[in-house]
Design a protein around this ligand. Structure first.
Ligand code: G3H
Length: 255
């Protein structure tokens, strides 16, 4: 679009596409670290991407976080989404209610006039509880639906910020420092090379289930997240990255 050309954002998008090996990068103006409205711009771009990619009877899996919460706020009514089902991609990760995947998927569906299903699982699951919960028929039904999702939309966080926000134990804080985690996505933590150094136990999509036929949209902005975005894209380059100008410029400086 003309505005993007004028602001030089299109060039930035192409440079980031090349740098990260991501087919499609969308850059909005601003820095979401400093201005909250930039998250809504990320949201606007995300909703338009979701609407373009949507197919009848789609299942769309969504993750949590403040960015995805802002995405949901930008959803508008859409008659063509009536049969779409929104589901949380994974269970609780220790976030406040408004930042949980369940809440965000319900919000997206309600605003669009689409469908949603909730995944009721506690945040802290012991191995035993986890193994018996996944056998519950009602849980199995929603899990099947989640795993069938064709589109997945999620945020990316800076490791330390996310671990602190989720009130992680000291032993975990020490682990991410020791193993130099820089990124978090889907409740997984990654080092600079994009290697998984920790996985939070919860029901839902496991990262190795993000196979090639799923269309994955990552949404993350702010200079503070550049390192995290770069690390996560080494693990699995998404189909689309929606980011902001500050993150994009910083990304280009990373070696
Ligand atoms: O799951 C949370 C994301 O990885 C990042 O959260 O959008 O609040 O920065 P955020």
């Amino acid at each position: 679009d003309v505005m993007k050309e004028l602001l030089g954002l299109r060039t930035l998008e192409e440079q980031v596409e090349q740098k990260l090996g991501v087919k499609k990068v969308l850059v909005v103006a601003g820095n979401s670290d400093e201005d909250h409205w930039v998250k809504h711009e990320l949201g606007r771009a995300s909703i338009s991407e979701l609407k373009t990619k949507r197919e009848p009877n789609d299942v769309i899996a969504v993750m949590g976080g403040t960015t995805l919460a802002a995405v949901a706020e930008m959803m508008t009514p859409d008659a063509s989404m009536r049969d779409v089902i929104f589901v949380p991609a994974r269970g609780g990760l220790g976030e406040k209610v408004e930042n949980q995947a369940n809440t965000i998927s319900a919000e997206l569906a309600t605003r669009a006039g689409a469908q949603y299903r909730l995944l009721h699982v506690p945040d802290q699951l012991s191995e035993e509880a986890y193994s018996s919960l996944v056998l519950e028929p009602s849980i199995q039904d929603i899990l099947k639906l989640i795993k069938s999702a064709r589109v997945v939309i999620h945020g990316i966080g800076e490791a330390n910020t996310m671990a602190t926000r989720r009130r992680s134990k000291d032993t975990f804080m020490e682990k991410i420092e020791r193993e130099q985690a820089v990124a978090e996505a889907f409740g997984y933590y990654f080092n600079r090379e994009g290697m998984i150094i920790h996985k939070q136990r919860t029901i839902g999509l496991q990262l190795d289930e993000l196979d090639k036929d799923k269309y994955v949209i990552s949404v993350a902005g702010g200079e503070s997240k550049a390192e995290a975005i770069s690390a996560y894209m080494k693990y699995r380059p998404s189909d689309v990255l929606i980011t902001d100008e500050s993150a994009a410029r910083r990304l280009l400086e990373i070696e």
